[in-house]
Design a protein around this ligand. Structure first.
Ligand SMILES: [Zn+2]
Length: 254
């Protein structure tokens, strides 16, 4: 059984809104072995597919759904999103959006950040999004693109949760990437993301971007690189699993 690091429900944003239940996982629980020990959720990293299927089914149970109701994506480190109305693989995008209350949107990462968003508007009702974002996604502003899409659906109020990610001290990079973040991001976002000398903290940048947009945001989990007991880190282990964030409209068993 996949054991989430944390799970909770976003309270309704207005009387006509519905809650949105989310869970953030690490590597605890689950049946994967070896470098994917234990709760790997990715089917593209070399893990046994039967183990991944079992872990995904367990993740679905955490949010009161069946495995086939989960929606997965194949991130390409861009800013594209998919609006989805059925379970399964949504393709090469970095964000998923739905207004369906029978789907769980999944974002995976192993250093990259994952973001769950609960949105509501008086005309449109409730919508949710799951976002995958590394340094390229921060530069491409996948978060901003996702929020824009939610607004175009009618959303006016938002709240968000960000899963575990690598910190700036542990994600030391070349001058080229530092410059890319500096040039692509708004000054306050770049300042937060580049606070560690020589490193990029994507999650800090996302947190500031959400906060500046007036969106209450909570952070779950620490630095993926530093916490080898509980978290997968690609930079630390290279061959490794992926943890995840899942979000659905409604309560855990709604
Ligand atoms: Zn760190």
């Amino acid at each position: 059984m996949v054991l989430p690091l944390a799970s909770s429900a976003f309270a309704p944003l207005a009387p006509s809104d519905r809650p949105a239940f989310w869970a953030v996982t690490g590597r605890l629980g689950g049946v994967s072995r070896g470098p994917f020990n234990q709760a790997n959720l990715a089917d593209h990293v070399g893990d046994k597919l039967a183990a991944v299927s079992s872990n995904r089914a367990s993740l679905a149970t955490v949010v009161g759904l069946r495995s086939e109701q989960l929606v997965h994506m194949a991130p390409v480190h861009g800013a594209s999103h998919a609006y989805v109305d059925s379970g399964g693989q949504a393709g090469e995008v970095d964000a998923l959006i739905t207004t369906s209350d029978t789907l769980g949107l999944v974002a995976l990462g192993a250093d990259c950040a994952t973001v769950g968003i609960h949105a509501w508007g008086p005309e449109s009702g409730v919508a949710i999004a799951a976002v995958h974002c590394g340094w390229k996604g921060l530069c491409a502003d996948v978060l901003g693109a996702t929020l824009s899409q939610l607004r175009s659906l009618g959303a006016t109020k938002f709240q968000a949760v960000i899963g575990p990610a690598i910190c700036g001290d542990c994600y030391q990079v070349g001058e080229e990437r530092i410059r890319a973040v500096h040039e692509a991001c708004p000054p306050d976002v770049a300042l937060a993301a580049l606070a560690s000398t020589g490193g990029i903290d994507v999650r800090a940048g996302l947190f500031v971007a959400l906060t500046v947009a007036g969106i209450p945001t909570q952070i779950v989990g620490g630095c993926t690189f530093e916490n080898s007991e509980e978290l997968f880190s690609y930079r630390r282990n290279n061959v490794t699993g992926r943890q995840g964030l899942v979000i659905r409209i409604g309560g855990a068993s709604a």
